[in-house]
Write a protein that binds this ligand. Structure first.
Ligand SMILES: Nc1ncnc2c1ncn2[C@@H]1O[C@H](COP(=O)(O)OP(=O)(O)OP(=O)(O)O)[C@@H](O)[C@H]1O
Ligand SMILES: [Mg+2]
Length: 291
C-alpha cells in the first residue's frame, strides 16, 4: 500500500483530508501527524483523550538509541481511532518548538512507515503540513523534508479557488524540483482537490500542470466534526466527505501501483531490525494502547 504525504501551500484542508482518508480506507490505515507546526487532532477530533505522553515527539529520543528502539517506540505511540484498532493515529507535536529535535528522526521514521505500508499492508497517510522552502530546498526544520521526498505519492492539497491556485503556483515548481533532485521523482506529485470555489478538476490540473489524483467535496458539517470532535453528525458514515474519501483512497492506491509498475521499482529490501514493529502493531490492535 502507498505511503502518501499530504502538503499544502497554505491551510487548505490537509489535516481534515488526511483524517477522512485514514478513517475511510478499506484497509488497515495509519495517519502520522508530522506537521512541524504542531498537530491538531489530539485537541480536536480526539477531544484531548490522548495525553502529551503519546506521540511523535517521543520518537526522537528513541531514534537516538537505534532503529529497533524507534520501531518499538513507534508501535507503542500509535493511538487506535476505532475499536478494532485498524485505524491508527501517530499524534503530532504539541508545540512547534519540538520540531527541531525531529530533524534527524525523519529518515528512519520514513523507513518505518514504508515497512508498515509494504510489509503490513497499511495505507499510510502523512500530514506533512505547509510547504516552506529555503534557497529552493525544503526547509530542514519547518518541513519534514525526508518524509516528503520518500513518499510514494505527494499530494499537494488545493481548493478550487483563485487564492488557493495562486498560492499553489508558487510552490509547485520548487516541489517538483525537490522531488526530482532529492526525492522519489516528480511523478510522485499529484493534486488533491478540495471542492471549494469555482474551479473544476480539469481546470485545476491545467492551471498547475499536474494531475488531480483525487477530489474531496466541500462538506462543512463532516469537516467540522473531523476538525473539532464532539458528537458525529447524523449519517456521518455516509456523509459526502467520507464516501468520497473511500473512493479517493482507492484512486490513490491505483495511482501508486501504476507508478510502481511504470518505474519497475526494485522491491525494498526488508530490514530485519524493523520486523518487530509489525508484531508490536498487531499487539497494539488487540490490546489497545498502554500507559
Ligand atoms: N472538505 C471540507 N469541507 C468543508 N470544510 C473543510 C473541508 N476541509 C477542511 N475544512 C475546514 O477548513 C479548515 C481548515 O482545515 P484543516 O485544519 O484540515 O486545514 P490544514 O490544511 O490542515 O490547515 P493548517 O495548515 O493550518 O494545519 C477547518 O475549519 C476545516 O473544518
Ligand atoms: Mg493541519
Amino acid at each position: 500500500m502507498p505511503v502518501t504525504a499530504l502538503v499544502s501551500a497554505k491551510s487548505s484542508g490537509v489535516t481534515t483530508a488526511a483524517l477522512a482518508l485514514t478513517l475511510a480506507s478499506q484497509r488497515a490505515s495509519l495517519l502520522a501527524e508530522c506537521d512541524p507546526a504542531g498537530g491538531t487532532i489530539r485537541a480536536g477530533f480526539l477531544k484531548s483523550s490522548v495525553t502529551a505522553g503519546y506521540g511523535l515527539y517521543h520518537l526522537a529520543a528513541a531514534e537516538r538509541i537505534g532503529t529497533e528502539a524507534l520501531a518499538n517506540a513507534f508501535a507503542s505511540h500509535l493511538w487506535p481511532m476505532d475499536e478494532a484498532g485498524h485505524r491508527k493515529l501517530l499524534p503530532g507535536l504539541t508545540d512547534p518548538t519540538q520540531a527541531a529535535s525531529l530533524s534527524r528522526t525523519w529518515p528512519a521514521l520514513s523507513e518505518v512507515m514504508h515497512v508498515l505500508a509494504a510489509d503490513a499492508g497499511h495505507d499510510v497517510f502523512i500530514d506533512t503540513g505547509r510547504l516552506a522552502f529555503e534557497s529552493g530546498r525544503l526547509h530542514a526544520v519547518l518541513t519534514p523534508a525526508p518524509l516528503v521526498q520518500q513518499a510514494d505519492l505527494v499530494l499537494l492539497t488545493v481548493r478550487g479557488t483563485e487564492q488557493s491556485l495562486t498560492l499553489a503556483r508558487h510552490v509547485i515548481e520548487p516541489l517538483r524540483t525537490e522531488l526530482d533532485e532529492r526525492g522519489a521523482g516528480a511523478d510522485a506529485l499529484g493534486l488533491l482537490l478540495i471542492e471549494d470555489g469555482p474551479y473544476r478538476a480539469h481546470q485545476v490540473a491545467e492551471a498547475l500542470k499536474t494531475p488531480v489524483l483525487a477530489a474531496l467535496p466541500w462538506d462543512p458539517e463532516t469537516a467540522a466534526y473531523l476538525t473539532g470532535g464532539g458528537r458525529p453528525p447524523r449519517g456521518y458514515g455516509r456523509s459526502p466527505l467520507l464516501r468520497h474519501a473511500r473512493t479517493a483512497a482507492e484512486q490513490l492506491e491505483a495511482a501508486s501501483s501504476r507508478r510502481r509498475i511504470q518505474q519497475q521499482y526494485p522491491v525494498r529490501p526488508a530490514n530485519p531490525q524493523l520486523a518487530g514493529v509489525l508484531q508490536r502493531l498487531t499487539e497494539t490492535a488487540r490490546g489497545g494502547p498502554r500507559g
